[in-house]
Write a protein of this length. Structure first.
Length: 324
């Protein structure tokens, strides 16, 4: 049956094609003349900057920010996710959850799609099917790393040889097939990521590096990794919202973490797009704002949100139809 689009639907930009993800600090977000804007103070003047909400996926509100009820209403109508966070984009927290780390103010609507939610819950309580979903996510992750690390544009600043990278990815894929629990997958993921950090350090001559806990390091690459990962979490939360999946239906990061699925989805692109840029920017002497812009460009050019949504949809369909 042909679907008739309303004028408002015709103007809607698909989330996977939206260009903007904002991090704001020391400003007010409000509605001015029918538009959502953020206001900064410069001396005795107030400067107003428009936020194109129809072309925005998510907004991170950092230190010194406030948002009005009318602005939240317009953001919700446009399907923009809002998260409150600390300085530099980390840590992330918001008023709708008790837990710190990965909670978002998501737009509410009685008309959110249920197709993929129904498929997801049809397999989620089956351990073997949830393990299959976790493996499918990891295969998508490997494909992204291979595609972007070895691309001509990245190789110019991040010259990892295919003879170095491919054995690591092939070993991961080989051992992944033998994993019997999600814990096995997590352990394999951790050891492989350490190897990727080592390759990254060699590629840019970074020197000694050790991944630290969030916010507990003065190392600039660690800080950039934290910052970039939270941008990926914003896209991950958006991908889950777009197809109607609650963040608590995780497949790898535990069934008891309410934000676990966002971690799972963000992992599909983090190593491929954020990790190289963190080390490139650290060696280039970029400041936080320069890194954020370069990271956003990588996420955009790498079609990160498209890949996340496609992987979620493919996984839901595949695992829902599995016969064990």
């Amino acid at each position: 049956m042909n679907h008739t689009f309303t004028p408002s639907e015709m103007k809607t930009v698909l989330h996977s094609k939206r260009a903007n993800l904002y991090y704001l600090q020391h400003c007010r977000v409000l509605v001015n003349g029918g538009r959502v804007e953020y206001v900064t103070e410069q001396g005795k003047e107030s400067l107003y900057w428009n936020i194109p909400i129809a072309n925005t996926t998510s907004i991170l509100l950092g230190t010194g920010t406030s948002v009005t009820q009318s602005a939240m209403r317009e953001l919700a109508k446009a399907g923009v996710l809002v998260g409150f966070c600390g300085g530099g984009g980390t840590p992330l927290f918001s008023g709708n959850e008790v837990e710190v780390d990965i909670s978002w103010l998501t737009p509410l609507s009685e008309y959110r799609p249920t197709e993929y939610l129904q498929k997801w819950v049809s397999f989620w309580f089956d351990d073997s099917k949830r393990l299959a979903a976790a493996k499918q996510f990891q295969l998508a992750r490997l494909a992204m790393i291979k595609k972007h690390w070895l691309s001509a544009s990245v190789q110019k600043q991040f010259p990892v040889q295919d003879t170095q990278l491919m054995p690591v990815l092939e070993r991961f894929e080989r051992l992944l097939a033998d994993c019997e629990t999600t814990q096995d997958v997590l352990l394999l993921e951790a050891t492989t990521t350490k190897t990727l950090y080592k390759l990254a350090c060699q590629a840019v001559n970074y020197g000694d590096f050790k991944r630290s806990e969030r916010g507990n390091s003065n190392d600039i690459a660690n800080q950039f990794l934290d910052h970039g990962n939270y941008l990926a979490y914003g896209l991950g939360a958006t991908a889950c919202w777009v197809i109607g999946l609650p963040h608590g239906l995780a497949i790898l990061h535990g069934k008891t973490r309410r934000g676990g699925l966002v971690f799972d989805v963000a992992d599909i692109v983090k190593d491929a797009l954020v990790l190289p840029q963190a080390f490139i920017s650290a060696m280039a002497g970029d400041d936080e704002q320069e890194f954020r812009q370069r990271c956003l460009n990588q996420l955009r050019s790498g079609n990160a949100l498209d890949v996340m949504i496609d992987t979620l949809q493919a996984t839901a369909e595949h695992c829902a139809e599995m016969v064990v």
